[in-house]
Ligand binder design. Structure first.
Ligand SMILES: NC(=O)c1ccc[n+]([C@@H]2O[C@H](COP(=O)([O-])OP(=O)(O)OC[C@H]3O[C@@H](n4cnc5c(N)ncnc54)[C@H](OP(=O)(O)O)[C@@H]3O)[C@@H](O)[C@H]2O)c1
Length: 280
């Protein structure tokens, strides 16, 4: 039984990775500002204790608003000194849409650091519709993506890939693109969410400028606005609609489809607890 430290361990990917490591008979330790193993990207004194005794580490950054490649470089030195043998970074497939952005810089810092590494580059998460930016509000999903499609990935697939890569210490020095098995429009996604939850869910496209203005009005940091708009523009133009084969390559089975993900998780989403048929 080996010990793996999961930064961002109470987040969407991290908590599923801890489950996937346990299923493989290993220990996944959640580390973050509010986890039992305290880890703060802004507090160097938390880094050493968090990685002590770890075979490998899963890295989720402190957000995409600001460059965090400096802290990542420092952290990798601490991890190498502690004997960590593999670092797996949760990056994003859309890194190509914002060259020189925080995610791109983090990938570069990892690649020039002292710990053997693997980069996971997933597409947009299916879980965004249950836990994050595409959650329906009053039954309505809005995003500046027009009628374009995206191959949403089930975060559990990312977690299973990460667990296998960490445990096997496989695919070092590689960047693995991951996506769901097919691209869906947001309208198609909304139809599946409606069918599974019994709550009427609709999608309405939004103008990119209106979306950015809404984020800024809500006080969103400018760096994050830039990152998010670049990712959404990648969807809107159709550039992100391609399917990536990383899940099948690593796990030897197809990636989970959006409908199968929804059937497993959507009823637990806060918005889906309205009564069936209740108009949003
Ligand atoms: N959503 C998508 O569609 C998508 C697609 C591709 C890639 N990604 C990438 O996925 C990553 C986010 O992963 P996620 O969605 O699993 O995370 P998440 O659910 O957003 O959770 C963020 C995690 O980071 C921790 N954290 C935040 N600030 C921290 C700090 N200063 N020090 C230590 N820990 C900190 C949080 O825990 P505490 O609050 O307890 O510290 C939490 O565990 C991002 O890098 C994003 O680019 C997302």
């Amino acid at each position: 039984m080996a010990r793996y430290v999961v930064l961002g361990g109470n987040g969407k990917a991290g908590r599923r990775l801890i489950g996937a490591l346990e299923e493989r008979g290993h220990q996944g330790v959640a580390a973050s500002r509010s986890s039992e193993a305290r880890f703060d990207w802004q507090d160097t004194s938390t880094w050493g204790p968090a990685v002590a005794g770890a075979e490998g580490v899963f890295i989720v950054g402190p957000g995409s608003a600001r460059d965090w490649s400096g802290p990542l470089t420092g952290f990798l030195e601490v991890a190498a000194a502690a004997g960590v043998r593999h670092a797996v970074l949760l990056s994003a497939r859309g890194v190509e849409f914002l060259p020189g952005g925080a995610v791109d810089l983090a990938e570069r810092a990892l690649a020039s650091g002292p710990v053997p590494w693997t980069v996971l580059r997933p597409s947009h998460f299916a879980q965004n519709f249950a836990e994050a930016m595409f959650v329906p509000i009053g039954g309505l999903i809005t995003a500046p993506v027009g009628g374009a499609a995206e191959p949403f990935i089930d975060v559990r697939d990312i977690a299973e890939v990460a667990a296998k890569v960490l445990v096997d210490r496989a695919l070092t020095g590689e960047r693995i693109a991951l996506s769901g098995p097919a691209a869906l429009t947001f309208e198609e996604a909304a139809a599946i969410l409606s069918a599974v939850s019994g709550v009427v869910v609709r999608f309405e496209p939004e103008e990119p400028t209106a979306h950015a203005a809404r984020l800024r009005a809500a006080g969103t940091p400018e760096g994050y606005v830039r990152w998010r708009m670049a990712m959404l523009e990648g969807i809107r133009t159709g550039a992100d609609a391609y399917v990536s084969g990383g899940v099948e390559q690593v796990l030897g089975r197809p990636a989970t489809g959006f409908a199968a993900w929804a059937a497993r998780e959507v009823l637990a989403a806060a918005w889906a607890t309205q009564r069936p048929g209740q108009a949003a």
